[in-house]
Write a protein that binds this ligand. Structure first.
Ligand code: BG6
Length: 521
């Protein structure tokens, strides 16, 4: 494959201003549901990296809260998590110091008196460490506890403290349909003002997702062609090779549409399609994203596909089918793959189809956006070619944005094959790879998001209206699917690209899914 890599010149990198990062005010981070996996695998390693990079204030405290009666062993367990999942060195003095900032408080989520005790404990810690009254409550519990915790914090006066700022971070799933999302928003906003609510979608913390805005709006050459006059269609794929990884009971109730499409994929779509915001602040960016979602007409059920994996091979290993996974019904009708075709009815995008798909146990792990441009108006070189062969087809320009893994951007264009006496055209790629160019791998999304939540910056968090609009789009599909059991499940092999009916979704319009995902250089 003919490719050219793109590099960052050291002299350009050296001109990027350093050391002007914002550091949050001293405060306490309280993590509810701290005995769960997320805290140990993602949150604490992310906080440690912030500490390593001097992005946490000198005075800070992390208080884990959960029902289990734990003591000092909590901090030790978190230390192990930072070593195992955050790559920390066990003898690093920064780690030893970091662990000193961690403590644990046992609490029953439904017991109001426990919140009074927690409040006192937080005051004590604040006094001891010289921290003011700022507190960030992170809800990493199962979703059924969200309202209980929020309402108890409210009743205890902890949501609107007299001597500092309070905010709440809420993990997904934010509702399971439109009604439940509205109810949750309503109850959360009865306690916390919307500007105190940080709804996490960890995709928004990924460097490549943030780079989408930079790519579009810090570069003048793409904007003029970023519309229906030049773009044929857009594909967004979120493909995983993993199965449900022991999360059977959760996944049985969720499925791919709820788990990934309604949130992560729709966030990607909004960043591809949004108009330029007037500035990069939370209100402006989130307003433009809302406008995109509002412009999507109801998605006809005919433009949706669901699938479920059966047994198959992933990376040379035999794997079981979804229905054989632990704590999954042997007759399960839950989809592990979902695809939809939608349109955005606005001036920029009218008539351009957006094809979205997400699935588990697919052939390759890859989250990618591909923008396929229209063919040139006249294919003069095709006419001159005689023999055919692999390079004889003129392929349209394609811009691919790799969200993960191998984060980067590639542009495909046609070039003349040097030795050919005829004007044979071969597709070649310009490929920009984040880690090769910058020499670092991109951070786990939680680092950025935790920092922003501590700083009170909501740009990369979901707004209540966005959550409701996206649920409004997908709830009718979920209801239609629930009303009619799928005829043939499982309908794709683990290790394939999903069910055949997903191919028909594009084939009936003369297009195909891009399955050659990944790096080109
Ligand atoms: C989570 C879903 O939100 O995103 C998981 O609940 C999914 O099922 C995960 O595996 C994918 O995240 P990432 O960052 O690995 O693409």
């Amino acid at each position: 494959m003919a490719t050219v890599q793109m590099k960052v010149r050291p002299e350009d990198l050296s001109r990027v201003p350093q050391g002007n990062e914002r550091i949050p005010e001293p405060g306490i981070l309280v993590i509810f549901g701290a005995s769960g996996d997320l805290t140990k695998r993602k949150l604490l390693p992310a906080l440690f990296h912030l500490r390593q990079n001097n992005l946490l204030p000198q005075q800070f405290a992390i208080v884990g809260v959960a029902r289990r009666p734990l003591g000092d062993e909590f901090a030790q367990d978190m230390k192990q998590g930072v070593i195992e999942f955050g790559g920390a060195d066990a003898s690093d003095p920064v780690l030893a110091d970091f662990v000193n900032h961690i403590s644990y408080f046992p609490l029953n989520f439904d017991d109001a008196s426990h919140y009074a005790a927690l409040d006192k404990e937080l005051d004590r810690i604040a006094k001891e460490k010289g921290i003011g009254g700022d507190r960030l409550f992170y809800l990493a519990t199962a979703p059924e506890y969200f309202t209980q915790i929020v309402e108890n914090l409210g009743a205890q006066g902890m949501a609107q403290p007299a001597n500092g700022r309070a905010a709440v971070v809420i993990e997904k799933p934010f509702g399971h349909d439109l009604d439940s999302a509205r109810e949750l928003n309503h109850r959360v906003n009865a306690v916390f003002h919307e500007n105190q609510v940080f709804r996490i979608d960890h995709y928004l913390g990924k460097e490549t997702v943030q780079n989408l805005l930079v790519f579009r709006f810090a570069n003048g050459i793409f904007e003029p062609v970023w519309n229906r006059n030049y773009i044929d269609h857009v594909q967004i794929t979120a493909a995983e090779t993993l199965g449900v990884e022991g999360r059977g009971p959760f996944y049985e109730k969720a499925g791919a549409l709820r788990d990934v499409v309604q949130n992560h994929v729709m966030q990607l779509l909004s960043l591809v399609a949004a108009e330029p915001p007037s500035s990069f602040d939370a209100d402006s960016v989130r307003r433009e994203k809302l406008k995109v979602w509002r412009a999507i007409p109801p998605i006809p059920i005919l433009n949706t596909v669901r699938g479920q994996y059966g047994p198959g091979m992933i990376n040379g290993q035999r794997v079981i089918g979804y229905r054989d996974e632990e704590r999954v019904s042997p007759e399960s009708g839950t989809e592990t793959f979902a695809a939809v075709r939608l349109e955005i009815e606005n001036w920029r995008w009218a008539g351009v189809p957006f094809y979205l798909r997400a699935g588990k146990r697919l052939k390759k792990r890859a989250t990618e956006i591909s923008i396929q441009f229209k063919q040139p108006p006249l294919l003069i070189f095709n006419r001159m070619m005689s023999g055919g062969g692999p390079c004889s087809e003129i392929q349209p320009n394609l811009l691919t944005i790799r969200i993960q893994p191998d984060e980067g951007i590639a542009l495909r264009f046609g070039a003349k094959v040097p030795t050919s006496p005829e004007m044979s055209v071969c597709p070649v790629y310009m490929d920009f790879d984040y880690s090769t160019a910058f020499g670092t791998s991109s951070a786990n999304g939680y680092e950025r998001l935790l920092l922003d939540a501590m700083l009170g910056d909501q740009t990369l968090f979901a707004h209540r209206d966005g959550v409701e609009i996206t649920w409004a789009l997908y709830t009718p599909i979920l209801e239609a699917w629930a009303a009619k059991k799928p005829e043939v499940f499982p309908n794709y092999f683990a290790g394939s690209w999903g069910p055949e009916c997903a191919d028909h979704l594009l084939e009936k319009e003369g297009r195909t899914w891009r399955n050659d995902l990944g790096r080109k250089a």
